[in-house]
Design a protein around this ligand. Structure first.
Ligand SMILES: Cc1cc2nc3c(=O)[nH]c(=O)nc-3n(C[C@H](O)[C@H](O)[C@H](O)COP(=O)(O)O)c2cc1C
Length: 322
């Protein structure tokens, strides 16, 4: 399938793996790129910028295909802002693409000017998609309310947001938030997207480093098993609805805690411990509603192949209606 996204990135399939804190590691990224999509490693896993360089090299040792580095610039993501350093390392290592997220990356763009690196800026609204085009992003990834992680505070679903975004900008839109199979991929293309970004489905793939017990629990989860938390601190997160996220929701709704008050409940270290132990109830795990579409753990190559085959089948089926 040839789209502006595949052409710009030199990849086979218009599928991008979302940057996923903790989980977007070299092994997963390389598997996605080897499957013909765009794999992504997440800079925020590497508090020491040089570790990001090592991760880029590790990914390259596993794939010759293009891959991306997600640089999330959300307030909680970086202890001390390493963003400029991350951009510099990407430029030096010559990665194919950077996906920036969380705030406007314009001040870092001179660092990658002339390197050939494609900038994909991730946004949750039409307004910010236009802004991404204006600052010179090559593509914009747009995620609707269904998405894992940080959908926009405007709470607009993928169906309306993707449609409006694709009409509003002339750079390619990579649409996400609820895309996990061929049908949703075909729908995204019908809305005007040039490709899709998938997080939840990739999190549950065989190569994802999520603990096997948690993967097993999540494949049993349905579309109603996610919850929106951290609205009170204006850092809204869609996560797996479990004991911990429900507790956060309860505290937020009982009174308006400050970030400091909420921190012990949402801190990364508690989540890290639970993730390592395979405790699906004690970790805050970003998760999208598309978890309801995923009921088995399969290798990334099989996932990508299935999504592409089913999307083509859906497009043919729709064509035959005419
Ligand atoms: C566990 C997990 C962690 C995530 N962490 C990040 C992150 O650190 N930065 C980011 O830009 N997006 C993050 N995301 C969002 C994904 O990159 C992607 O936008 C989203 O998952 C797409 O929607 P979907 O989950 O419906 O496929 C995360 C997603 C998951 C599942």
């Amino acid at each position: 399938m040839n789209t502006k996204m595949t052409e710009l990135l030199g990849i086979q399939h218009p599928i991008m793996q979302g940057g996923m804190q903790h989980f977007a590691v070299p092994k997963l990224a390389a598997a996605v790129s080897n499957a013909g999509g765009l794999g992504t490693i997440n800079s925020t896993i590497y508090p020491e910028p040089e570790l990001l360089r090592a991760a880029i090299r590790e990914t390259r040792s596993m794939t010759e295909k293009p891959f991306c580095v997600n640089i999330s610039m959300l307030p909680e993501a970086n202890a001390g802002d390493q963003t400029a350093k991350y951009f510099e390392i990407c430029a030096e290592e010559g990665v194919a693409a950077i996906e920036s997220a969380g705030r406007n990356p314009v001040e870092y763009l001179p660092i990658i000017a002339g390197t050939g690196i494609k900038l994909i800026h991730k946004v949750p609204s039409v307004k910010l998609a236009k802004k991404a085009e204006q600052i010179g992003a090559d593509m914009v990834s747009v995620v609707g309310l269904e998405a894992a992680g940080h959908p926009g505070m405007d709470e607009v679903g993928t169906f309306v947001l993707g449609n409006l975004a694709a009409r509003s900008v002339s750079i390619p839109v990579i649409l996400g938030g609820g895309v996990a199979d061929g049908r949703s991929m075909a729908a995204a293309l019908a809305l005007g997207a040039q490709g899709v970004v998938m997080g939840t489905a990739m999190l549950l793939s065989e190569e994802s480093p999520l603990h096997g017990d948690i993967k097993a629990a999540l494949t049993q989860a349905g579309e109603k098993d996610t919850i929106l938390i951290q609205k009170s601190i204006r850092n809204m997160l869609r996560a797996f609805k479990n004991q911990r996220s429900t507790r956060v929701w309860e505290v937020e709704n009982a009174y308006h805690p400050t970030f400091k008050e909420l921190f012990p409940l949402i801190s990364g270290s508690a989540t890290k411990e639970a993730l390592t132990a395979g405790d699906a109830q004690a970790a805050i795990i970003a998760l999208g509603q598309s978890v309801g579409l995923v009921d088995e753990v399969v290798p990334v190559a099989e996932l990508v192949e299935r999504v592409m085959a089913d999307a083509q089948e859906e497009i043919r089926r729709l064509g035959a209606l005419l």
